[in-house]
Design a protein around this ligand. Structure first.
Ligand code: NAD
Length: 515
């Protein structure tokens, strides 16, 4: 793995805003890499993880146990919020809305900036909690937390949606305004709990909405602790964070007092959210699953791209919606590129995120691990050729799945058509670029895609033929707060990031003034 470097972007906005590529290891930690024992002390797990509702800590007699994916041991317990707890949170958000939405944009921005400053002061603690609950390497937890606090938030908080005015003959003076929607339900998944919670919460609040956030049932700790730190900075009721079990999400999406659901998760759950939100006609943003293809053209340099490709495929141990999942390589360079990918794979160490030598962590939770195991059984039954399979730690109860590369399996096999949310990737050999494009697009998903090579015209031409919300050229997985992100087909509805993403938290209002 390479060390961090900032990426070039026409939108890079200031020296303070550090931008890193997903999966790159971050700069040295502000504290020495903590060992497990030190880290768990630093995480202050015994302080507890109450809900935050109306600026208050709310404990519950019903609890959910959160376990460590590396050791299997219990880390902490969190509230199992019931319907009445949800109602209290929604009521608090409703009552906070008039005051929060009537604040000026700059007042809201300044309060959010203060909240982010407070979180920065607790970065090390938040990173230890995130490593513990998610299992990922500590450096990746740092990446997630600092990307939000030092890249996403400062970039977002520079955005504004001012009124625009013009005269239209026969109608008068037209004023176009972006006004907040009301109370937003934010529902996030377990793979990037801090990132995918705050990329919803921050734009929703900046636009003047109030929020009830539900983190995933497997990874609520970092977000609950963060909410606790900022509960006295934001006015009561503006941000409410509640944890709960499988019923809480459906209760939220059908609750009549939410005006919008901002959801990230699987396409399967996304369909349920869509259906559940229909009777009350809620606004929806659905960021869903992906089975991203990458096409490597014959003129690509295998040695030059292998490491970047590997990182794009295996970041977060493959548990990323826009990790590259199906790689199509021209037959002329297939041997050289697969050899280079195997070499990258051989340098990985699966293990405890608190071990500084660990490059990849476990599968985060047992149901996801079971899905990976089922897929592996199918692969074995089909006797699919394997390019490489790595080792897993020989001891302990960790949910480790080995780094696995499939060698040109049938493109239509069920085990590559579905989204593999784990460190299992397929490399395909192609002869004709049209065939590669056809196979790349032959998926119900359309989140990300990429094309790799050296001829700019060909790269651009192939990129335009790929059916995905984001098509990268000579990169993958490289998101930026100024660059809109969305899914085609079953990968979602709506937009996150950029001004387009911010507008998703607003109603458009026109005032037509006939003087
Ligand atoms: P999931 O769909 O199981 O759960 C996501 C969230 O929805 C969790 O908080 C869960 O508790 C909640 N939930 C579950 N059932 C619900 C229901 N019926 N109604 C409302 N909420 C419900 O997804 P996951 O397993 O946590 O996350 C992995 C999935 O998320 C993958 O498919 C991945 O591709 C996708 N994902 C997409 C993006 C993106 O930006 N497109 C980003 C990250 C992850």
């Amino acid at each position: 793995m390479s060390t961090a470097s900032s990426f070039n972007s026409q939108h890079e906005i200031s020296d303070q805003v550090r931008s890193k590529r997903f999966g790159e290891r971050t700069a040295p930690p502000s504290i020495p890499h903590p060992n497990r024992e030190q880290a768990l002390k630093m995480a202050r797990l015994t302080v507890g993880f109450p809900n935050v509702v109306n600026g208050q800590r709310i404990v519950s007699s019903r609890l959910i146990k959160i376990s460590d994916p590396v050791t299997g041991e219990e880390l902490a317990d969190v509230p199992d919020t019931q319907k009445d707890g949800l109602d209290q949170a929604v009521q608090a958000a409703k009552e906070a809305f008039p005051l929060w939405s009537s604040k000026t944009w700059n007042e809201r921005r300044d309060l959010l900036a203060s909240a982010m400053e407070e979180l920065k002061a607790h970065t090390d603690e938040l990173c230890t909690i995130l490593t513990a609950e998610n299992g990922r390497p500590y450096s990746m937890a740092q990446f997630e937390v600092t990307w939000i606090l030092e890249t996403y938030a400062p970039t977002l908080l520079q955005m504004e949606l001012p009124d625009t005015t013009w005269n239209e003959t026969g109608v008068g003076q037209i004023t176009k305004r972006y006004v907040p929607l009301g109370v937003v339900a934010a529902i996030s998944p377990w793979n990037l709990p801090f990132w995918l919670s705050f990329t919803k919460v921050l734009p929703a609040l900046l636009a003047g909405n109030t929020v009830v956030l539900k983190p995933a049932v497997f990874t609520p700790l970092t977000v609950l602790r963060a909410a606790d730190y900022i509960r006295e900075i934001l006015p009561p009721g503006v941000l409410n964070v509640i944890s709960g079990g499988d019923d809480l999400g459906p209760w939220m999406t059908s609750h009549p007092d939410f005006q919008k659901v901002s959801f990230t998760g699987s396409s399967e759950t996304g369909r349920k959210v869509f259906a559940s939100a229909a009777p009350t006609l809620k606004h929806l943003t659905l960021e869903l699953g992906g089975n991203d293809p990458g096409i490597v053209l014959p003129d690509a340099d295998p040695q030059a791209i292998a490491e970047n490709l590997f990182r794009s495929m295996f970041a977060l141990s493959g548990q990323g919606c826009v990790t590259l999942k199906r790689l199509f390589v021209h037959e002329s360079i297939y041997p050289a590129l697969t050899e280079a990918l195997i070499s990258c794979a051989q340098h990985q160490k699966l293990g405890d995120g608190f071990d500084p030598e660990t490059t990849l962590g476990p599968i985060q939770n047992r149901p996801q691990f079971a899905r990976m195991q089922t897929t592996w059984e199918e692969i074995q039954e089909a006797e699919a050729p394997i390019l490489y399979q790595g080792e897993v730690p020989s001891e302990g109860a960790g949910l480790f799945f080995p780094v696995t590369l499939l060698d040109n399996p049938p493109a239509e096999a069920a085990y590559v058509v579905r989204e593999n949310f784990g460190p299992l990737r397929a490399v395909f050999k192609y002869r004709d670029v049209d065939e590669a494009v056809r196979l790349a697009n032959e998926t119900p998903y359309g989140l990300g895609a990429s094309v790799w090579g050296t001829d700019p015209k060909l790269l651009d031409a192939v990129a335009r033929r790929l059916d995905a919300g984001t098509v990268w050229i000579n990169q993958h997985l490289n998101v930026h707060p100024n660059v809109p992100f969305s899914g085609h087909k079953n990968s979602g509805i709506g937009i996150e990031f950029g001004e387009d993403g911010l507008k998703e938290f607003c109603n458009l209002q026109v005032i037509a003034n006939r003087r």
